[in-house]
Ligand binder design. Structure first.
Ligand code: 4AD
Length: 488
């Protein structure tokens, strides 16, 4: 359908051509006392629907008109009668296949549904023009990401999802459930033996306290003292090595940057924070470039060039979808992309940002207190981008890290120049109360041929929110994951 309606003449010049199309009916209505029907059909290739005319002599009309019906048909493209809003329509000559719908049961209304309503139908929502436009924009941004980095000589590195290390010591990781399996194994091993002592149960409880059920089973199991002690030791070991879902790849990617110079990775990332905001997911996608021989200025140059490239890419490759988004979701969406693609980003230090905000706080009321040391709140980000600079802003030299953020979605990128000095890094790990042993490999990078290097992480869904003006992050990822939702 895109190859018909996406042309500059909107398909008008194709009249007389025979085509085969397949798609899903958005709306269908019978006309001329049931002698034929008009179907608005969409196949997900573009935001527009193709008007398809079926005569009652060709197919039973009530089987093709319900919203949601799948039609696979062949026919002739025709110029519609004068005054019609379509530039071309398809008259069906042969029906290849139909997937019918019981109209009384189909859960999606024809029009007027909210994105929030659609979240209960993640299996059907890609059939709506809005979600399919977002899916195409998401696809285009992924393609643009690879294009940008490949064009600039970066290598795409695949990084693992399962890890045991807590990269930044933030403690917000999902655990893979090996402990349950270990507890089950323990229970099985203990079945034939005498009951464990109270002390042993206490010790075992400590180890498996996350799993109340496993503890209950352990209590009822029969085991010898030695077996319990051995099992507790085994569980302790399992716990130490507990696999987790990684929350950023930065550390692993650094190993490749310190060998291949410019690399990036792009994939799902997990954060077990119990966050119910419209900007956080438990599973989101992150783009993480890592560049050797680069300092913080080079890092910001790369981030700025990348974000500008993404905006220009959407204007060049997704204009129809952006037009649709502009009409349906956010009037200023295209304007915003044009502005970012062209404008230079403002760069201010964290200290300067706080000074600007303190000045503003004299005449303006912020809900969150402004003082040196705070993490900037959304209202502060909004003030800097929308009121003060009226452009994207990069705030750098944060007390510990840098964070970049833009209008509308707030923070989009977090990144930094990495510590390349062995001793400084080791002291910092100890200062944070982390054990050095799991980070030995990371320290090794600093003792064998260390190099100045920098990188950043861009939250991919935040970029889609920024581009589309969609309010809730749960609407820009196909299958959102957040506290309480991990099915479908
Ligand atoms: O600022 P963050 O935590 O930075 C890092 O993880 C760095 N180690 C990246 C690096 O330097 N390689 O996360 C980076 C970005 C944020 O700016 C935000 O856009 C996004 O990831 N993000 C989330 N997006 C959706 N849901 C969440 N829960 C997110 N947490 C972070």
């Amino acid at each position: 359908i895109q190859s018909i309606l996406g042309r500059s003449d909107k398909g008008a010049g194709l009249a007389g051509q025979k085509v085969r199309i397949g798609g899903w009916v958005k709306t269908g209505r019978e006309a001329d006392k049931g002698s034929f029907a008009f179907l608005e059909v969409n196949d997900g290739s573009c935001p527009g629907n193709l008007q398809v005319m079926v005569k009652a002599v060709v197919y039973k009309l009530s089987d093709v008109t319900p919203t949601g019906t799948c039609v696979h048909v062949e026919g002739l493209l025709k110029t519609p009668p004068k005054g019609a809003k379509q530039s071309i329509e398809l008259e069906v000559e042969r029906v290849i296949d139909v997937g019918t719908v019981d109209a009384a049961k189909y859960p999606l209304p024809k029009t007027n549904f909210s994105l929030e309503f659609l979240r209960d139908f993640v299996h059907l929502r890609p059939r709506t023009n809005t979600i399919s436009a977002i899916a195409r924009i998401r696809n285009a941004l992924a393609y643009a990401t690879h294009t940008f980095f490949q064009k600039h000589g970066f290598l795409y590195v695949h990084t693992p999802i399962i890890t045991t290390s807590d990269c930044e010591g933030a403690g917000e990781m999902f655990q893979v459930t090996t402990i349950i399996n270990d507890a089950e194994k323990l229970e099985k091993d203990l079945k034939e033996n005498p009951p464990p002592s109270e002390t042993d149960i206490k010790a075992a409880e400590l180890v498996v306290k996350e799993k109340g059920e496993a503890v209950a089973r352990l209590k009822s199991a029969k085991a010898s003292k030695q077996e319990i002690v051995a099992a507790v030791a085994e569980l302790n070991k399992a716990k130490e090595n507990l696999s987790k879902l990684h929350e950023r790849w930065q550390l692993q990617v650094e190993t490749y940057a310190c060998a291949l110079s410019s690399v990036y990775t792009f994939g799902p990332t997990f954060r077990a924070e119990n966050s119910h905001t419209s900007r956080h997911l438990a599973e989101f996608w992150m783009v993480e470039p890592e560049i050797a021989f680069a300092d913080i200025q080079d890092d910001m140059n790369c981030a700025e060039a990348y974000v500008r490239f993404l905006c220009q890419w959407l204007l060049d490759h997704c204009y129809d979808d952006m037009e649709f988004i502009k009409q349906k979701i956010d009037k200023t969406a295209i304007q915003r992309l044009e502005m970012v693609a062209k404008s230079k980003f403002h760069r201010i230090t964290y200290t300067e940002a706080v000074a600007i905000l303190e000045e503003a706080a004299k005449v303006k009321k912020f809900e969150n207190k402004v003082e040196w040391g705070i993490d900037l709140a959304s209202e502060h980000e909004r003030y800097l981008t929308e009121e003060k600079f009226k452009a994207p802003v990069i705030v750098y030299n944060y007390p510990k890290a840098i964070k970049a953020f833009y209008m509308k979605v707030g923070e989009l990128i977090g990144g930094s120049q990495r510590e390349e000095n062995y001793q400084v890094l080791k002291d910092r790990i100890l200062e944070m109360g982390l054990p050095t042993e799991p980070y030995q490999w990371y320290l090794d990078l600093r003792s064998y041929g260390t190099v100045k290097h920098s990188g950043f992480g861009l939250g991919f869904e935040r970029m889609i929110l920024f581009a589309t003006g969609v309010e809730n992050i749960r609407d820009v990822i196909p299958f959102p994951r957040y506290p309480g939702r991990a099915d479908l």
